[in-house]
Design a protein around this ligand. Structure first.
Ligand code: SAH
Ligand code: F3S
Length: 457
Protein backbone atom coordinates (compact mmCIF):
# COMPACT_ATOMS: atom_id res chain seq x y z
CA UNK A 1 0.00 0.00 0.00
CA UNK A 2 1.30 3.44 -0.89
CA UNK A 3 0.41 6.56 1.04
CA UNK A 4 -0.54 10.12 0.16
CA UNK A 5 -0.74 13.20 2.33
CA UNK A 6 -2.75 16.11 0.95
CA UNK A 7 -2.33 19.61 2.33
CA UNK A 8 -5.21 21.89 1.45
CA UNK A 9 -5.04 25.67 1.29
CA UNK A 10 -7.70 28.25 0.44
CA UNK A 11 -11.32 27.81 -0.48
CA UNK A 12 -13.96 25.17 0.09
CA UNK A 13 -13.62 23.98 -3.47
CA UNK A 14 -10.04 23.00 -2.70
CA UNK A 15 -11.32 20.96 0.25
CA UNK A 16 -13.69 19.18 -2.13
CA UNK A 17 -11.00 18.76 -4.79
CA UNK A 18 -8.56 17.27 -2.28
CA UNK A 19 -11.11 14.59 -1.42
CA UNK A 20 -11.61 13.88 -5.13
CA UNK A 21 -7.83 13.61 -5.67
CA UNK A 22 -7.69 11.09 -2.82
CA UNK A 23 -10.55 9.18 -4.49
CA UNK A 24 -8.76 9.26 -7.86
CA UNK A 25 -5.57 7.84 -6.30
CA UNK A 26 -7.28 5.08 -4.29
CA UNK A 27 -7.70 2.59 -7.16
CA UNK A 28 -3.95 2.95 -7.72
CA UNK A 29 -3.17 1.71 -4.24
CA UNK A 30 -2.87 5.00 -2.34
CA UNK A 31 -4.35 5.48 1.09
CA UNK A 32 -4.51 8.86 2.81
CA UNK A 33 -2.27 9.57 5.82
CA UNK A 34 -2.33 12.53 8.19
CA UNK A 35 1.38 13.31 8.26
CA UNK A 36 3.81 14.11 5.47
CA UNK A 37 6.45 12.03 7.28
CA UNK A 38 4.39 8.87 6.64
CA UNK A 39 3.67 9.64 2.98
CA UNK A 40 5.13 8.43 -0.31
CA UNK A 41 3.40 11.29 -2.09
CA UNK A 42 2.65 14.78 -0.76
CA UNK A 43 0.14 16.90 -2.66
CA UNK A 44 -0.11 20.61 -1.93
CA UNK A 45 -3.51 21.81 -3.08
CA UNK A 46 -2.78 25.50 -3.32
CA UNK A 47 -4.47 28.91 -3.33
CA UNK A 48 -3.46 31.91 -5.44
CA UNK A 49 -6.13 34.39 -4.39
CA UNK A 50 -3.81 36.69 -2.44
CA UNK A 51 -0.06 37.03 -2.38
CA UNK A 52 0.25 35.61 1.14
CA UNK A 53 -1.62 32.43 0.21
CA UNK A 54 0.72 31.80 -2.72
CA UNK A 55 3.88 32.51 -0.72
CA UNK A 56 2.90 29.96 1.94
CA UNK A 57 3.26 27.29 -0.71
CA UNK A 58 6.88 28.14 -1.40
CA UNK A 59 7.81 28.01 2.26
CA UNK A 60 6.14 24.61 2.60
CA UNK A 61 7.99 23.45 -0.51
CA UNK A 62 11.26 24.50 1.15
CA UNK A 63 10.51 22.23 4.12
CA UNK A 64 9.45 19.38 1.84
CA UNK A 65 12.66 19.67 -0.22
CA UNK A 66 14.67 18.99 2.94
CA UNK A 67 12.48 16.01 3.81
CA UNK A 68 12.85 14.70 0.29
CA UNK A 69 16.65 14.88 0.40
CA UNK A 70 16.72 13.16 3.76
CA UNK A 71 14.31 10.47 2.55
CA UNK A 72 16.43 9.80 -0.55
CA UNK A 73 19.36 8.96 1.75
CA UNK A 74 17.15 6.49 3.63
CA UNK A 75 16.05 4.90 0.33
CA UNK A 76 12.39 5.82 0.70
CA UNK A 77 11.63 8.33 -2.04
CA UNK A 78 9.16 11.16 -1.52
CA UNK A 79 7.19 12.49 -4.47
CA UNK A 80 5.95 16.07 -4.33
CA UNK A 81 2.99 17.34 -6.36
CA UNK A 82 1.69 20.90 -6.50
CA UNK A 83 -1.99 21.14 -7.44
CA UNK A 84 -4.57 23.93 -7.32
CA UNK A 85 -4.45 27.54 -8.40
CA UNK A 86 -0.75 28.28 -7.75
CA UNK A 87 0.07 25.29 -9.97
CA UNK A 88 -2.15 26.68 -12.70
CA UNK A 89 -0.85 30.25 -12.45
CA UNK A 90 2.82 29.64 -11.74
CA UNK A 91 3.67 26.22 -13.17
CA UNK A 92 6.92 27.32 -14.76
CA UNK A 93 7.93 29.43 -11.77
CA UNK A 94 7.45 26.44 -9.46
CA UNK A 95 9.72 24.39 -11.68
CA UNK A 96 12.39 27.11 -11.39
CA UNK A 97 11.97 27.99 -7.70
CA UNK A 98 11.33 24.50 -6.31
CA UNK A 99 13.21 21.88 -8.31
CA UNK A 100 12.26 19.17 -5.80
CA UNK A 101 8.69 19.26 -7.12
CA UNK A 102 7.86 16.24 -9.31
CA UNK A 103 4.39 17.10 -10.57
CA UNK A 104 2.53 20.34 -11.23
CA UNK A 105 -1.13 19.84 -11.98
CA UNK A 106 -3.89 22.41 -12.57
CA UNK A 107 -7.41 22.22 -11.10
CA UNK A 108 -8.94 20.98 -14.35
CA UNK A 109 -6.59 18.01 -14.73
CA UNK A 110 -6.98 16.03 -11.49
CA UNK A 111 -8.21 12.95 -13.32
CA UNK A 112 -4.72 12.73 -14.81
CA UNK A 113 -2.97 12.75 -11.41
CA UNK A 114 -2.61 8.93 -11.07
CA UNK A 115 -0.97 8.76 -14.52
CA UNK A 116 1.47 11.55 -13.68
CA UNK A 117 2.33 9.89 -10.37
CA UNK A 118 3.02 6.58 -12.11
CA UNK A 119 5.25 8.36 -14.60
CA UNK A 120 7.14 10.21 -11.87
CA UNK A 121 7.61 6.96 -9.92
CA UNK A 122 9.07 5.29 -13.02
CA UNK A 123 11.21 8.06 -14.37
CA UNK A 124 11.72 10.33 -11.41
CA UNK A 125 11.04 13.06 -13.99
CA UNK A 126 8.93 16.20 -13.89
CA UNK A 127 5.30 16.15 -14.98
CA UNK A 128 3.43 19.32 -15.85
CA UNK A 129 -0.29 19.30 -16.60
CA UNK A 130 -1.89 22.68 -16.45
CA UNK A 131 -3.90 22.87 -19.67
CA UNK A 132 -7.55 23.77 -19.56
CA UNK A 133 -9.06 20.76 -21.32
CA UNK A 134 -11.81 21.38 -23.84
CA UNK A 135 -14.12 18.97 -22.03
CA UNK A 136 -15.06 19.36 -18.42
CA UNK A 137 -13.13 17.43 -15.77
CA UNK A 138 -16.54 16.46 -14.37
CA UNK A 139 -16.72 13.97 -17.25
CA UNK A 140 -13.48 12.30 -16.22
CA UNK A 141 -13.23 12.13 -12.47
CA UNK A 142 -14.59 8.88 -11.03
CA UNK A 143 -18.11 9.14 -9.60
CA UNK A 144 -18.20 9.54 -5.83
CA UNK A 145 -19.14 6.15 -4.43
CA UNK A 146 -20.40 5.57 -0.92
CA UNK A 147 -18.12 2.64 -0.18
CA UNK A 148 -14.81 4.20 -1.11
CA UNK A 149 -15.20 7.96 -1.37
CA UNK A 150 -13.60 10.39 1.04
CA UNK A 151 -16.77 11.49 2.83
CA UNK A 152 -16.19 13.00 6.18
CA UNK A 153 -18.96 13.76 8.61
CA UNK A 154 -22.51 14.96 8.45
CA UNK A 155 -22.01 18.01 6.25
CA UNK A 156 -20.42 17.73 2.81
CA UNK A 157 -19.44 19.90 -0.13
CA UNK A 158 -20.65 19.10 -3.62
CA UNK A 159 -19.16 21.01 -6.54
CA UNK A 160 -21.81 21.87 -9.12
CA UNK A 161 -20.06 24.63 -11.03
CA UNK A 162 -16.49 25.66 -11.59
CA UNK A 163 -14.69 28.60 -13.12
CA UNK A 164 -15.66 32.22 -13.59
CA UNK A 165 -16.24 34.47 -16.59
CA UNK A 166 -16.70 37.69 -14.64
CA UNK A 167 -13.09 38.89 -14.61
CA UNK A 168 -13.42 41.29 -11.68
CA UNK A 169 -10.35 43.46 -12.15
CA UNK A 170 -8.64 42.27 -8.92
CA UNK A 171 -9.26 38.55 -9.20
CA UNK A 172 -7.16 35.60 -10.42
CA UNK A 173 -9.95 33.03 -10.39
CA UNK A 174 -10.92 33.32 -14.08
CA UNK A 175 -7.27 32.65 -14.95
CA UNK A 176 -6.72 29.80 -12.52
CA UNK A 177 -10.07 27.99 -12.62
CA UNK A 178 -10.91 28.72 -16.24
CA UNK A 179 -14.22 29.42 -17.92
CA UNK A 180 -17.52 28.66 -16.22
CA UNK A 181 -18.72 25.11 -16.53
CA UNK A 182 -21.69 23.49 -14.82
CA UNK A 183 -22.02 19.85 -13.89
CA UNK A 184 -24.90 18.00 -15.51
CA UNK A 185 -27.93 17.66 -13.22
CA UNK A 186 -27.81 13.85 -13.35
CA UNK A 187 -24.27 13.81 -11.94
CA UNK A 188 -25.15 16.22 -9.16
CA UNK A 189 -28.24 14.27 -8.10
CA UNK A 190 -26.34 10.97 -8.20
CA UNK A 191 -23.59 12.37 -5.98
CA UNK A 192 -26.11 13.85 -3.56
CA UNK A 193 -27.84 10.46 -3.22
CA UNK A 194 -24.51 8.81 -2.45
CA UNK A 195 -23.78 11.42 0.20
CA UNK A 196 -27.21 10.89 1.75
CA UNK A 197 -26.61 7.12 1.88
CA UNK A 198 -23.28 7.76 3.58
CA UNK A 199 -25.05 9.67 6.36
CA UNK A 200 -24.56 13.24 5.17
CA UNK A 201 -27.42 15.49 6.32
CA UNK A 202 -26.29 18.82 4.91
CA UNK A 203 -24.95 19.58 1.45
CA UNK A 204 -23.21 22.79 0.44
CA UNK A 205 -23.26 23.25 -3.31
CA UNK A 206 -20.02 24.81 -4.48
CA UNK A 207 -19.03 26.98 -7.40
CA UNK A 208 -16.93 30.09 -7.92
CA UNK A 209 -20.08 31.60 -9.32
CA UNK A 210 -22.54 29.00 -8.15
CA UNK A 211 -25.71 30.91 -8.80
CA UNK A 212 -24.92 31.07 -12.50
CA UNK A 213 -25.31 27.28 -12.54
CA UNK A 214 -26.86 26.04 -15.74
CA UNK A 215 -26.35 22.29 -15.74
CA UNK A 216 -27.57 20.07 -18.56
CA UNK A 217 -31.10 18.83 -17.85
CA UNK A 218 -31.44 15.14 -16.95
CA UNK A 219 -33.33 14.46 -20.16
CA UNK A 220 -34.17 16.50 -23.19
CA UNK A 221 -32.67 19.81 -24.23
CA UNK A 222 -31.91 22.82 -22.11
CA UNK A 223 -30.45 23.31 -18.70
CA UNK A 224 -31.50 23.84 -15.12
CA UNK A 225 -31.04 26.87 -12.92
CA UNK A 226 -29.62 26.63 -9.41
CA UNK A 227 -33.09 27.26 -7.97
CA UNK A 228 -34.53 24.27 -9.83
CA UNK A 229 -31.57 22.11 -8.85
CA UNK A 230 -32.03 23.01 -5.18
CA UNK A 231 -35.76 22.25 -5.28
CA UNK A 232 -35.00 18.80 -6.72
CA UNK A 233 -32.15 18.06 -4.31
CA UNK A 234 -34.57 18.85 -1.50
CA UNK A 235 -36.60 15.79 -2.52
CA UNK A 236 -33.77 13.42 -1.58
CA UNK A 237 -34.49 11.61 1.67
CA UNK A 238 -31.78 12.10 4.25
CA UNK A 239 -30.61 15.46 2.89
CA UNK A 240 -32.18 17.89 5.33
CA UNK A 241 -30.20 21.03 4.72
CA UNK A 242 -28.98 22.66 1.54
CA UNK A 243 -26.61 25.61 1.21
CA UNK A 244 -24.70 27.07 -1.71
CA UNK A 245 -21.67 29.28 -2.09
CA UNK A 246 -20.36 31.59 -3.56
CA UNK A 247 -22.85 33.79 -5.33
CA UNK A 248 -22.40 36.70 -7.66
CA UNK A 249 -25.03 39.32 -6.85
CA UNK A 250 -25.85 40.23 -10.46
CA UNK A 251 -26.57 36.57 -11.27
CA UNK A 252 -29.20 35.99 -8.56
CA UNK A 253 -32.33 35.16 -10.58
CA UNK A 254 -36.04 34.76 -9.84
CA UNK A 255 -35.76 30.97 -9.58
CA UNK A 256 -33.22 31.27 -6.81
CA UNK A 257 -35.25 33.84 -4.91
CA UNK A 258 -38.29 31.55 -5.28
CA UNK A 259 -36.23 28.66 -3.86
CA UNK A 260 -35.52 30.74 -0.76
CA UNK A 261 -39.28 31.23 -0.41
CA UNK A 262 -40.44 27.71 -1.28
CA UNK A 263 -37.77 25.21 -0.21
CA UNK A 264 -37.68 24.86 3.58
CA UNK A 265 -34.50 22.74 3.37
CA UNK A 266 -32.65 25.66 1.80
CA UNK A 267 -31.00 27.28 4.81
CA UNK A 268 -31.70 30.95 5.54
CA UNK A 269 -28.08 32.06 5.24
CA UNK A 270 -26.52 33.48 2.11
CA UNK A 271 -22.94 34.45 1.34
CA UNK A 272 -23.30 37.25 -1.17
CA UNK A 273 -19.98 39.08 -1.66
CA UNK A 274 -20.40 42.79 -2.29
CA UNK A 275 -16.64 43.75 -2.07
CA UNK A 276 -17.24 47.49 -1.57
CA UNK A 277 -19.97 49.96 -0.67
CA UNK A 278 -18.72 52.64 -3.05
CA UNK A 279 -20.12 52.89 -6.57
CA UNK A 280 -16.92 54.20 -8.09
CA UNK A 281 -14.86 51.39 -6.56
CA UNK A 282 -17.44 48.79 -7.61
CA UNK A 283 -17.19 50.15 -11.16
CA UNK A 284 -13.38 50.04 -11.08
CA UNK A 285 -13.58 46.47 -9.79
CA UNK A 286 -15.76 45.58 -12.76
CA UNK A 287 -18.53 44.27 -10.53
CA UNK A 288 -21.88 44.25 -12.30
CA UNK A 289 -23.83 45.66 -9.38
CA UNK A 290 -23.82 49.04 -7.73
CA UNK A 291 -24.67 49.82 -4.16
CA UNK A 292 -28.35 50.46 -4.85
CA UNK A 293 -28.69 47.20 -6.81
CA UNK A 294 -27.18 45.30 -3.88
CA UNK A 295 -29.65 46.84 -1.43
CA UNK A 296 -32.53 46.06 -3.81
CA UNK A 297 -31.39 42.48 -4.12
CA UNK A 298 -31.16 42.05 -0.37
CA UNK A 299 -34.69 43.46 -0.06
CA UNK A 300 -36.04 40.99 -2.62
CA UNK A 301 -34.31 38.05 -0.91
CA UNK A 302 -35.61 39.10 2.48
CA UNK A 303 -39.11 39.53 1.11
CA UNK A 304 -38.89 35.88 0.01
CA UNK A 305 -37.31 34.64 3.25
CA UNK A 306 -37.67 37.21 6.02
CA UNK A 307 -35.23 35.53 8.41
CA UNK A 308 -32.47 35.30 5.78
CA UNK A 309 -29.07 36.13 7.28
CA UNK A 310 -26.42 37.58 5.01
CA UNK A 311 -22.69 37.16 4.82
CA UNK A 312 -20.29 38.97 2.55
CA UNK A 313 -16.72 39.58 1.40
CA UNK A 314 -14.98 42.94 1.36
CA UNK A 315 -11.77 44.22 -0.14
CA UNK A 316 -10.29 47.34 1.44
CA UNK A 317 -7.63 49.51 -0.14
CA UNK A 318 -8.50 48.80 -3.76
CA UNK A 319 -6.48 51.20 -5.99
CA UNK A 320 -7.95 54.68 -5.83
CA UNK A 321 -10.10 53.98 -2.74
CA UNK A 322 -10.59 57.29 -0.96
CA UNK A 323 -11.56 57.80 2.65
CA UNK A 324 -15.07 58.58 1.33
CA UNK A 325 -15.21 55.29 -0.62
CA UNK A 326 -14.12 53.42 2.46
CA UNK A 327 -16.71 55.20 4.59
CA UNK A 328 -19.37 54.04 2.09
CA UNK A 329 -18.28 50.45 2.71
CA UNK A 330 -18.54 50.84 6.48
CA UNK A 331 -21.92 52.46 5.99
CA UNK A 332 -23.12 49.50 3.91
CA UNK A 333 -22.01 47.14 6.69
CA UNK A 334 -23.93 49.22 9.24
CA UNK A 335 -27.09 49.26 7.12
CA UNK A 336 -27.18 45.58 6.19
CA UNK A 337 -25.84 44.22 9.47
CA UNK A 338 -24.17 41.10 8.16
CA UNK A 339 -24.25 37.94 10.26
CA UNK A 340 -20.72 37.19 9.04
CA UNK A 341 -18.20 38.95 6.81
CA UNK A 342 -14.73 38.27 5.51
CA UNK A 343 -12.59 41.30 4.80
CA UNK A 344 -9.26 41.42 3.03
CA UNK A 345 -6.60 43.95 2.20
CA UNK A 346 -6.37 44.37 -1.55
CA UNK A 347 -3.52 42.22 -2.84
CA UNK A 348 -2.24 43.09 -6.33
CA UNK A 349 -2.20 39.89 -8.37
CA UNK A 350 0.14 39.56 -11.35
CA UNK A 351 -1.69 39.69 -14.67
CA UNK A 352 -4.91 41.21 -13.31
CA UNK A 353 -5.92 44.68 -14.56
CA UNK A 354 -6.15 46.25 -11.10
CA UNK A 355 -2.52 45.44 -10.33
CA UNK A 356 -1.36 48.05 -12.84
CA UNK A 357 -3.85 50.76 -11.87
CA UNK A 358 -2.58 54.03 -10.43
CA UNK A 359 -3.54 55.04 -6.91
CA UNK A 360 -2.27 51.92 -5.14
CA UNK A 361 -2.87 52.29 -1.40
CA UNK A 362 -0.05 51.86 1.11
CA UNK A 363 0.11 48.78 3.33
CA UNK A 364 -0.25 50.95 6.42
CA UNK A 365 -3.40 52.56 5.12
CA UNK A 366 -4.85 49.20 4.07
CA UNK A 367 -4.14 47.71 7.50
CA UNK A 368 -5.70 50.66 9.20
CA UNK A 369 -8.88 50.48 7.08
CA UNK A 370 -9.09 46.73 7.52
CA UNK A 371 -8.98 47.12 11.29
CA UNK A 372 -11.71 49.79 11.17
CA UNK A 373 -13.92 47.66 8.93
CA UNK A 374 -13.44 44.66 11.15
CA UNK A 375 -14.66 46.62 14.16
CA UNK A 376 -17.96 47.23 12.33
CA UNK A 377 -18.17 43.65 11.06
CA UNK A 378 -17.43 42.16 14.51
CA UNK A 379 -19.99 44.42 16.12
CA UNK A 380 -22.75 43.25 13.78
CA UNK A 381 -21.80 39.60 14.10
CA UNK A 382 -22.04 39.92 17.88
CA UNK A 383 -25.41 41.70 17.61
CA UNK A 384 -26.68 38.97 15.30
CA UNK A 385 -25.50 36.21 17.63
CA UNK A 386 -26.92 37.94 20.68
CA UNK A 387 -30.26 38.37 18.92
CA UNK A 388 -30.62 34.61 18.57
CA UNK A 389 -30.38 34.15 22.36
CA UNK A 390 -33.76 33.12 23.73
CA UNK A 391 -34.79 31.45 20.48
CA UNK A 392 -35.11 27.74 19.89
CA UNK A 393 -33.74 26.49 16.61
CA UNK A 394 -32.76 23.26 14.91
CA UNK A 395 -29.06 22.46 15.24
CA UNK A 396 -27.17 19.87 13.23
CA UNK A 397 -24.63 18.26 15.55
CA UNK A 398 -21.33 17.78 13.77
CA UNK A 399 -18.54 17.00 16.21
CA UNK A 400 -17.15 16.98 19.73
CA UNK A 401 -16.39 20.21 21.48
CA UNK A 402 -13.20 20.91 23.36
CA UNK A 403 -14.72 19.95 26.70
CA UNK A 404 -15.75 16.38 27.49
CA UNK A 405 -19.50 15.96 27.06
CA UNK A 406 -19.77 18.95 24.75
CA UNK A 407 -20.92 18.85 21.12
CA UNK A 408 -20.66 21.49 18.43
CA UNK A 409 -23.37 21.93 15.88
CA UNK A 410 -24.56 24.53 13.38
CA UNK A 411 -27.64 26.68 13.49
CA UNK A 412 -29.55 27.33 10.25
CA UNK A 413 -27.58 30.62 10.12
CA UNK A 414 -24.18 28.86 10.20
CA UNK A 415 -23.49 29.84 13.80
CA UNK A 416 -21.45 27.26 15.72
CA UNK A 417 -23.55 26.16 18.70
CA UNK A 418 -22.00 24.58 21.83
CA UNK A 419 -24.25 22.22 23.73
CA UNK A 420 -23.70 19.69 26.50
CA UNK A 421 -24.99 16.53 24.90
CA UNK A 422 -24.20 12.92 24.33
CA UNK A 423 -22.13 11.64 21.39
CA UNK A 424 -25.08 9.76 20.00
CA UNK A 425 -26.49 13.07 18.80
CA UNK A 426 -23.71 13.60 16.25
CA UNK A 427 -25.35 13.58 12.84
CA UNK A 428 -28.77 14.49 14.24
CA UNK A 429 -30.75 17.68 13.99
CA UNK A 430 -32.35 18.64 17.30
CA UNK A 431 -34.09 21.72 18.67
CA UNK A 432 -31.75 23.80 20.78
CA UNK A 433 -32.71 26.63 23.07
CA UNK A 434 -30.05 29.30 22.67
CA UNK A 435 -28.90 30.55 26.05
CA UNK A 436 -26.28 33.10 24.99
CA UNK A 437 -24.73 34.59 21.87
CA UNK A 438 -21.02 35.49 21.78
CA UNK A 439 -18.65 36.97 19.20
CA UNK A 440 -18.18 33.73 17.28
CA UNK A 441 -20.57 31.16 18.66
CA UNK A 442 -23.71 30.38 20.59
CA UNK A 443 -24.33 28.41 23.72
CA UNK A 444 -27.49 26.37 24.05
CA UNK A 445 -29.22 23.37 25.53
CA UNK A 446 -31.27 20.70 23.85
CA UNK A 447 -34.89 21.73 24.07
CA UNK A 448 -37.89 19.55 24.71
CA UNK A 449 -39.60 19.08 21.38
CA UNK A 450 -42.61 21.08 22.62
CA UNK A 451 -40.34 24.14 22.86
CA UNK A 452 -39.29 23.82 19.23
CA UNK A 453 -40.41 26.57 16.94
CA UNK A 454 -41.29 25.56 13.40
CA UNK A 455 -38.06 26.69 11.78
CA UNK A 456 -37.24 24.05 9.15
CA UNK A 457 -34.39 21.74 9.93
N1 SAH B 1 -16.77 33.87 -6.10
C1 SAH B 1 -15.50 33.52 -5.55
C2 SAH B 1 -14.86 34.64 -4.85
C3 SAH B 1 -13.47 34.58 -5.10
S1 SAH B 1 -12.30 34.79 -3.98
C4 SAH B 1 -15.50 32.32 -4.68
O1 SAH B 1 -15.83 32.44 -3.50
O2 SAH B 1 -15.13 31.26 -5.10
C5 SAH B 1 -12.95 35.04 -2.38
C6 SAH B 1 -12.76 36.45 -1.93
O3 SAH B 1 -11.40 36.81 -1.92
C7 SAH B 1 -13.42 37.48 -2.83
O4 SAH B 1 -14.79 37.59 -2.61
C8 SAH B 1 -12.65 38.73 -2.49
O5 SAH B 1 -13.25 39.42 -1.42
C9 SAH B 1 -11.29 38.20 -2.06
N2 SAH B 1 -10.28 38.51 -3.08
C10 SAH B 1 -10.23 38.08 -4.35
N3 SAH B 1 -9.16 38.62 -4.98
C11 SAH B 1 -8.53 39.41 -4.08
C12 SAH B 1 -7.39 40.25 -4.13
N4 SAH B 1 -6.68 40.42 -5.23
N5 SAH B 1 -7.02 40.90 -2.99
C13 SAH B 1 -7.75 40.77 -1.85
N6 SAH B 1 -8.84 40.00 -1.76
C14 SAH B 1 -9.24 39.33 -2.86
FE1 F3S C 1 -13.35 36.45 -8.88
FE2 F3S C 1 -15.21 38.18 -9.52
FE3 F3S C 1 -15.32 35.70 -10.43
S1 F3S C 1 -14.34 37.88 -7.50
S2 F3S C 1 -14.36 34.52 -8.84
S3 F3S C 1 -13.78 37.20 -10.95
S4 F3S C 1 -17.04 36.95 -9.71
Amino acid sequence: MKTVHILTYGCQMNVYDSARMADALKPFGFSVVDAAADADLVVLNTCHIRDKAAEKVYSELGRLAEAKAERAIRGRPLLIAVAGCVAQAEGEEIRARAPSVDIVIGPQAYHRLPGLVAEAERAGGFGLDIDFPVESKFDHLPAVDAASATIDGTSAFLTVQEGCDKFCSFCVVPYTRGAETSRPVTQVLAEARVLALAGVREITLLGQNVNNYHGAAPSGPGDWSLGRLIATLAEIDGIDRIRYTTSYPADVDDDLIAAHRDVPKLMPYLHLPVQSGSDSILAAMGRRHDRAAYFRLVDRLKAARPDLALASDFIVGFPGETEGDFAATVDLVERIGFAQAYSFKYSPRPGTPAASLGGQISETEKSERLARLQVAVDHHRLLFNQATAGRTMPVLFERHGRRAGQLIGRSPYMQPVHVDASDRHIGRILPVAVVAGYANSLEGRIAMSSEAVPVPA
